[in-house]
Design a protein around this ligand. Sequence first.
Ligand SMILES: [Zn+2]
Length: 193
Amino acid sequence: MTTWTEALRRAELVAAGAVLARRGLIRGREGNLSCRIGDGVLLLTPRGADKGRLVATDLVLCDLEDSPPAEASTEAPAHFAVYRACPDVRALAHAHPPGVLALAALGRLPDPNALEEGLALVPRIERVGAAAPGSPELAAACARALRRAPAAVLARHGVLCGGADIWQALERVEALELLAGLALAAAERTVAI
Ligand SMILES: [Zn+2]
């Protein structure tokens, strides 16, 4: 039976997916979202779906003790690994923000010190080296990163942010993209010597 809490969390993930898509932080079938709904139980976005157009019944109920269900996101191993390693992480948002990716292509990470909200939301940002999407190597590296920091930039891929709820995870994705945009704009105003 669907509990009130589960129904609320399903609605939140649907809304958060729409926000990610509307703000250009994911395109098409990119990205994935999840949250805990109880001890060892998660809701995860489904494999291959447009996260901007989800409905509540699309979300996949997962047991952390088991392997991820086949219908769950291809990045389910990373979500499982982070939840198993980080008891304080209650929700996760994975996106492909274009500014962060552009900055990463220049070999740079966003600087939390550039903005007060950077310091408040993402005071530490980890870098995860390139690894195949959905791989155990990427999952293990994400768990190591999220144990040390609330946000990680995944090389040649995107970002993964944790939070006390999906809204905090989303705020962190947005903060990374804002910091990256500032850094790129500042770089454009400089003169090469
Ligand atoms: Zn991705």
